[in-house]
Write a protein that binds this ligand. Structure first.
Ligand SMILES: NC(=O)c1ccc[n+]([C@@H]2O[C@H](COP(=O)([O-])OP(=O)(O)OC[C@H]3O[C@@H](n4cnc5c(N)ncnc54)[C@H](OP(=O)(O)O)[C@@H]3O)[C@@H](O)[C@H]2O)c1
Length: 366
């Protein structure tokens, strides 16, 4: 142990009130206190990048049967990437770059068994919670294993400018498909087509008739739909399926703040007619295969075939507003909160030329 954790001040964001519908900043509070002393097997991590993700809304509502609900007074849970500052686990040394559920806080103390070593040669540290982390793996396994896109087929991806959608669409392009995105602004549409190389993209907020737009952009109907949003966009896409269509149920963000269940049109006849199937999945189902997915995605990044963008919010206090922004669609690409500058000499941010070529420009929204 090379740091006396109890002497360092921590800052955490806790849940202060249970949101009704869309969260507001007053639902969260920043609290200060000492970093707890690590026990046997524990590691102390200084978080560099906090990941902000839609599933956090479900954590507050307790929708996940396998994860503890975040209750009032609890530190908000979430993924992060950081540097080890003290360790009681021989698998981790001071300075190691690690990823895990660090929570919305500056320092985390957690068992080494809950951390993953990050290979800094594969990309900048932030990618460990982005394109080379959970969202990237969601796109990779969801698209390749559930969507099974085949060359020449038409693939539609919703939330196409987001962390998962942007990668999912590019993976289908790499597989030789025609890829049409759906996103929520003219700037997102431009980004998806011009920067990410989708064949087309529809602005669902500006398009009065989404089904008509899908018919125009997908003249041979839709073979694969990677659904990130559910709701009325799902209804439109499943009205224009091709024979043997595969619908990948990745997420349904349009419903995460709903108070009460909204029932849309039922499309069972369409599924019967077009012999379509839909399947939900959780990325954790593929946890054992992360090394395989990360290796493939890292190779595509190095080759410049896969690109990503990050929206960066500065400082822990900005996490609630970044989270609300994500739910409202303010982010382009992966939503991150930058907590600390990585001063480690082993940081590859500065050292690696190859990975720095692949990102699109970062946007700072702080
Ligand atoms: N199954 C799994 O294991 C797994 C793992 C990770 C993520 N997910 C799911 O994947 C989806 C994308 O996650 P992400 O982390 O990549 O987030 P993201 O796409 O980077 O950000 C969320 C985006 O959702 C869109 N959105 C918000 N409200 C919407 C609405 N009412 N209708 C349509 N679009 C809306 C916004 O983009 P627009 O401007 O385009 O509206 C927003 O930027 C989420 O549903 C998430 O829950 C699932």
């Amino acid at each position: 142990m090379s740091a006396s954790a109890g002497l360092i001040e921590n800052q955490r964001i806790v849940l202060a009130a249970k949101p009704q519908g869309m969260p507001s900043e007053s639902d969260f509070a920043l609290v200060r206190g000492p970093v707890p002393h690590p026990g046997a097997g524990d590691v102390v991590v200084r978080c560099l990048w906090l990941s902000v993700d839609p599933y956090m809304r479900g954590l507050i509502d307790g929708v996940y049967p396998y994860v503890k609900q975040v209750l009032i007074g609890d530190t908000m849970r979430g993924g992060g990437v950081g540097r080890v500052v003290a360790s009681n686990d021989p698998e981790f040394g001071v300075g190691d770059l690690v990823e895990g559920y660090l929570g919305w806080q500056l320092y985390s103390v957690l068992p080494g068994s809950e951390l993953r070593q990050v290979n800094p040669a594969l990309g900048p540290p932030s990618t460990a919670v982005g394109v080379l982390g959970m969202p990237g793996m969601t796109a990779y396994f969801g698209m390749t294993e559930i969507g099974e896109p085949k060359a020449g087929q038409t693939v539609v991806v919703s939330a196409a400018a987001g962390a998962v959608g942007s990668a999912a669409g590019q993976i289908a392009r790499i597989r030789g498909c025609r890829v049409v995105g759906i996103a929520g602004s003219a700037e997102k549409v431009r980004h998806v087509v011009e920067d990410l190389g989708f064949d087309a993209c529809i602005d669902y907020r500006a398009e009065p008739d989404l089904l008509a737009a899908l018919r125009r952009h997908c003249p041979e109907r839709i073979n694969v739909y990677f659904d990130n949003v559910g709701g009325s966009i799902y209804d439109a896409v499943t009205s224009w399926m091709a024979l043997d269509a595969r619908i990948v149920i990745c997420g349904s963000i349009s419903e995460y703040n709903a108070q009460g269940l909204e029932l849309g049109p039922r499309r069972l006849k369409q599924f019967e007619m077009w012999r379509a199937r839909q399947q939900g999945f959780r990325v954790r189902d593929y946890a054992a295969r992360y090394p395989e997915g990360i290796a493939v995605m890292a190779q595509w990044l190095t080759e410049g075939r896969l690109r990503y963008r990050e929206t960066v919010s500065q400082g822990l206090a900005s996490a609630p507003s970044a989270f609300i922004g994500l739910l409202q669609g303010r982010n382009v690409g992966k939503q991150l909160v930058k907590l600390a500058q990585d001063t480690s000499r082993v940081s590859r941010d500065d050292a690696l030329g190859t990975t720095r070529r692949t990102p699109c420009k970062s946007e700072d929204v702080s």
